[in-house]
Design a protein around this ligand. Structure first.
Ligand code: OGA
Ligand code: NI
Length: 366
């Protein structure tokens, strides 16, 4: 492999104790050098590739929640949220109150960053012992198949966790775009948690409190075009270890697919809507009432795609496991209670097997 495109390098960072990633080439750079090239390490095994035949025929659209109605206490919309989380684990929110300008600035910041020359982007490279910065997904083995994706991963909240060394602050407006968007996502998150708390039979503030000192992280994704989108994965099938994830995606280009009733359902972007999904921590807290659903991203030959995944995370020391409010004689405890950081470390260390990891949390009652 051309070493000129390697990212990474060891900084003297402490990391934040979640794990580490082996540096691999920039996919964007591979495509820039030769738009037809698809190196061996990116070619998925037959059973993991994005086969057209797997695209769900039952495919309807994931539920759409009118967020302003939800935030105003509309009972009907809250019930729709409940069934979206139970039956799909995914939904899109419209009328969320985040202005087009904030969303546009966020997407523009991502585009401008990835348009920089590699030598510029490498200034913000992930160190091998720290997950923040520019690089690729968590690579834990030299044998692991790689995704057709470059990213920059940043801890955004609380602000004390920001490592500005990895923020491309030389780009005018980048920091401001992230800060505005991050604040808006925190507001949306709190409203979702208030509604889920009520649905779980708790006080509005309960879920927020169960997070301890809540964290927010962002993964800014860049999916270059690929001459053989049938052979590679933009992001391999995975679950998010978050409590919830909020995804901002391109207005036109479909890439995200979710597992539903045995097939893959493409999530067609609704301009300026935000896709929300339930993560593993919420599945455990809700005792499986709400499901963390497998999802993946595919690529295409024509246009590069960007997305911004905002992960809401409980504090490392917090316990995740069924909350008292949802466990009773009819709903026995189906998940163990574990420290959140132990779960995250477990999932990151096993990234290469590509499997869902929530089995680690489940009791024998499942
Ligand atoms: C993620 C993710 C999907 C996408 O970053 O966890 O699932 O469409 N991204 O970019
Ligand atoms: Ni994801």
């Amino acid at each position: 492999m051309d070493s000129k495109v390697e990212n990474g390098g060891v900084h003297d960072d402490q990391g934040f104790g979640w794990g580490s990633s082996i540096p691999v080439p920039s996919v964007q750079e591979i495509v820039r050098n030769d738009s037809q090239s698809v190196p061996e390490r990116y070619i998925q095994n037959q059973e993991n590739g994005p086969l057209d035949s797997e695209i769900s025929l039952v495919s309807s659209e994931i539920p759409i929640i009118n967020f302003s109605m939800l935030a105003n206490g509309d009972e009907n919309e809250r019930k729709r949220l409940d069934s979206a989380c139970k039956e799909w684990g995914f939904f899109q929110i419209t009328n969320h109150g985040v202005t087009d300008k904030v969303l546009h600035k966020m997407k523009a910041a991502v585009t401008v960053f990835f348009d920089l020359l590699l030598i510029e982007k490498k200034k913000y490279a992930m160190a091998t012992n720290c997950l923040q910065g520019y690089g690729q997904g968590y690579v834990v083995s030299d044998q692991q198949k790689l995704d057709w994706n470059d990213l920059i991963f940043l801890l955004t909240l609380p602000t004390k966790f920001r490592n500005m060394k990895h923020w491309p602050t030389t780009i005018a407006g980048f920091k401001e775009a992230i800060e505005e968007y991050s604040t808006e996502m925190q507001i949306v998150t709190n409203k979702i948690f208030a509604n889920l708390s009520l649905l779980m039979g708790m006080e509005r503030e309960s879920l927020k409190e169960y997070h301890g000192e809540m964290k927010q992280a962002m993964r800014l994704n860049y999916y270059p075009t690929c001459s053989r989108p049938d052979l590679v994965m933009g992001v391999s099938p995975h679950l998010d270890a978050s409590s919830i994830t909020l995804l901002l995606q391109d207005n036109e280009t479909t890439g995200l697919q979710i597992k539903h009733k045995g097939g893959w359902v493409p999530v067609k972007p609704i301009p300026n809507a935000i896709v929300v999904n339930i993560g593993d921590a919420m599945e455990a807290w809700s005792n499986g009432m709400y499901k963390s659903i497998e999802h993946r991203a595919v690529t295409n030959e024509k246009v590069a795609r960007i997305s911004v995944a905002t992960f809401v995370l409980p504090n490392d020391e917090v316990e995740i496991g069924p909350l008292e409010a949802v466990v009773n004689d009819y709903h026995p405890r189906l998940y163990k209670t574990v420290k959140y950081v132990d779960y995250v470390r477990y999932t990151l260390a096993r990234k290469m097997d590509g499997k869902a990891h929530t089995h680690y949390l489940k009791t024998d009652n499942m």
